[in-house]
Design a protein around this ligand. Structure first.
Ligand code: G3H
Ligand code: ZN
Length: 276
């Protein structure tokens, strides 16, 4: 199976309820995620964030993912996550990403619409899926911080969906990036209302730290793509810490291998506990 666009993964029936999307920043995280998807034969979205792309190279990170998955049996989506730069999105389209997110949520609303529509027109020519975002999602995102939790307004979602023609829309329903202190107030009613009203499929960012029940309820309410980042990072950090305590030889490879294994288990558990 080749690399598919996010839209095609749904349209061809590879996804029954929703799709899990994982950020990766290095080869071990990528291998852990892909090994889990292969063992479960379940498609996932491999996400490269703008910050990761700027740090390690968009082309380098894309090539890493592409060469790992292009000959595998399970369909994969390679997605540019939270790109705030149109130039970066254009570069991703030229490289062959199968899905791109243009995050104009920190722009004035009308400007976000205008720029997102520009991206849609260009990406759709090549069959590439586009995700947009309205209302910056609360918490420490890689490139910025939204101090307040603003729930998406239904009329904004409707206008944005109609005027940009995005395929996927990230909405603010009470989640935040990073881990949670206390219990978040998730607005399942808002997910249902917006998903019944607009054509784009809804995306929930900030899924790390939520319980399986919360994630399942979000899917039942209409979420189709769930984004996990911090938990991948923490799984690797904790695994490396543990391995280093027992390090007997000057060889980093077994340390990194254990982290692949633990990320694989984390991804499998996540998928098994929320998708059905
Ligand atoms: O776009 C990426 C996700 O929203 C990651 O959020 O780090 O809270 O899981 P998280
Ligand atoms: Zn996000």
């Amino acid at each position: 199976m080749a690399i598919l666009s996010l839209k095609d993964v749904f349209d061809y029936g590879f996804v029954k309820t929703a799709i899990c999307s994982f950020n990766f920043v290095n080869i071990e995280q990528l291998y852990g995620i892909v090994t889990a998807a292969e063992e479960l034969q379940n498609p996932v979205v491999l996400m490269i964030s703008q910050k990761t792309a700027l740090k390690y190279g968009l082309e380098e990170m894309f090539s890493l993912a592409k060469s790992k998955v292009e000959r595998l049996a399970t369909p994969y989506v390679i997605h540019l996550d939270h790109a705030k730069s149109i130039e970066l999105v254009e570069k991703a389209i030229d490289l062959g990403f199968s899905s791109v997110m243009f995050d104009g949520s920190s722009l004035p609303f009308e400007e976000n619409i205008k720029k997102t529509y520009e991206v849609v027109k260009r990406a759709h020519k090549y069959g590439i899926t586009v995700e947009g975002e309205i209302n910056t999602i609360y918490g420490k995102e890689e490139d910025g911080i939204s101090e307040t939790n603003i729930y998406t307004k239904v009329e904004d979602a409707k206008k944005f969906a109609e005027e940009t023609e995005v395929d996927f829309l990230a909405v603010s329903i009470g989640t935040k990036h990073g881990l949670y202190e206390g219990t978040p107030s998730l607005r399942y009613d808002l997910i249902t209302e917006i998903s019944n009203l607009i054509k784009p499929k809804l995306v929930m960012h900030g899924c790390s730290g939520l319980t399986a029940d919360q994630l399942k309820k979000a899917i039942q309410s209409g979420i189709k793509k769930l984004n996990f980042g911090t938990e991948v990072m923490l799984t690797q950090i904790n695994s490396i810490k543990k391995s280093l305590e027992n390090l007997s030889k000057p060889d980093i490879r077994p340390v990194m291998d254990s982290s692949i294994e633990e990320i694989k288990e984390y991804v499998k558990n996540t998928i098994n506990s929320i998708l059905w």
